[in-house]
Write a protein that binds this ligand. Structure first.
Ligand SMILES: [Zn+2]
Length: 289
């Protein structure tokens, strides 16, 4: 079993039907014209952005974020604490905006492949030269890696559309990137967490631009989760969402690499990664408030 876009849509309906404190809306459309959903919960002035599945094979991050929102909402109905955090206080201080699947086309291509009748099928096969997507596909439906398409020291890694690491023809060339950038600018978030898989690592820097506060928060999240604190290197060091967020706003942005293994991490790993990453979100909310 995998977690694709139709599963996400069902879970969003369940969540918003069950809890009127969760509001769902779209921040824009993907290349294949899927709505990119966002879920909002909280009554606080501070705003924390959570993003998942920037990459097709990393849908376990979506499953995790949806499970966290469901458990957080359920807890708020009956309890005051969650993993030792005062969640009534967090709810009143911090509003969470979660985009659980930044790259819905990429996830569906990785999980379900592309139907031969799909207009993108022939094009992708001709430019990328592969027929099977389920072990390799990280990009969007045009073969652009969303997390290399942001305006943060943008440059070419791969030369043409590829399963991963092609930065696009120019900065923000892709509708998914533009939807995210416009939304993040409009809401002016205090902090951002971008979830990827895998490695059990927390990345906190972009180009030496982050201050002591970022390091301090990264260390606290690491302590809560057992994850390692890292400074990005090589192609992971530019063009990403948290890189752009740090560069553009000078606020704290982090990449969290959930779990350990070979992508796609199996859905059976969800329970294993749940607590450590739930604590990372709660810790971030606590530092944000
Ligand atoms: Zn990723």
């Amino acid at each position: 079993m995998c977690y694709d876009y139709s599963k996400l849509q069902k879970d969003i309906k369940l969540l918003t039907d069950n809890y009127n404190i969760i509001k769902g809306f779209s921040i824009g459309k993907s290349v294949m014209e899927k709505d990119i959903p966002c879920l909002k919960i909280g009554a606080g002035k501070k705003k924390l952005f959570l993003g998942g599945a920037y990459h097709g094979l990393e849908y376990l991050t979506t499953a995790f974020l949806m499970k966290f929102l469901s458990n957080y909402a359920a807890r708020l109905m009956t309890e005051t604490e969650y993993f030792g955090y005062d969640i009534k206080n967090l709810y009143n201080s911090v509003t969470l905006y979660t985009v659980p699947m930044v790259n819905p086309d990429g996830v569906d291509i990785a999980v379900n492949g592309l139907d031969i009748t799909n207009e993108f099928h022939r094009h992708l096969i001709s430019v990328v030269g592969i027929h099977s997507f389920n072990q390799v596909w990280q990009a969007n439906a045009r073969g652009v890696d969303i997390n290399h398409n942001f305006d943060a020291d943008w440059r070419m890694v791969a030369e043409r559309p590829s399963p991963s690491k092609y930065s696009g023809e120019y900065v923000e060339s892709e509708p998914e990137t533009r939807a995210l950038v416009n939304f993040i600018r409009a809401e002016s978030f205090d902090m951002l967490l971008a979830f990827h898989s895998q490695g059990k690592e927390i990345y906190y820097d972009f180009d030496g631009m982050t201050g002591e506060r970022s390091i301090e928060i990264a260390r606290k999240m690491a302590e809560e989760s057992g994850y390692a604190v890292r400074v990005p290197e090589g192609s992971a060091a530019f063009g990403g969402c948290k890189d752009w967020f740090i560069k553009e706003f000078g606020r704290e942005g982090f990449t969290v690499e959930i779990g350990q293994g070979t992508n796609p991490l199996p859905m059976s790993m969800l329970d294993d990664v749940y607590e450590e990453n739930a604590k990372i979100i709660l810790c971030a909310m606590n530092e944000c408030k």
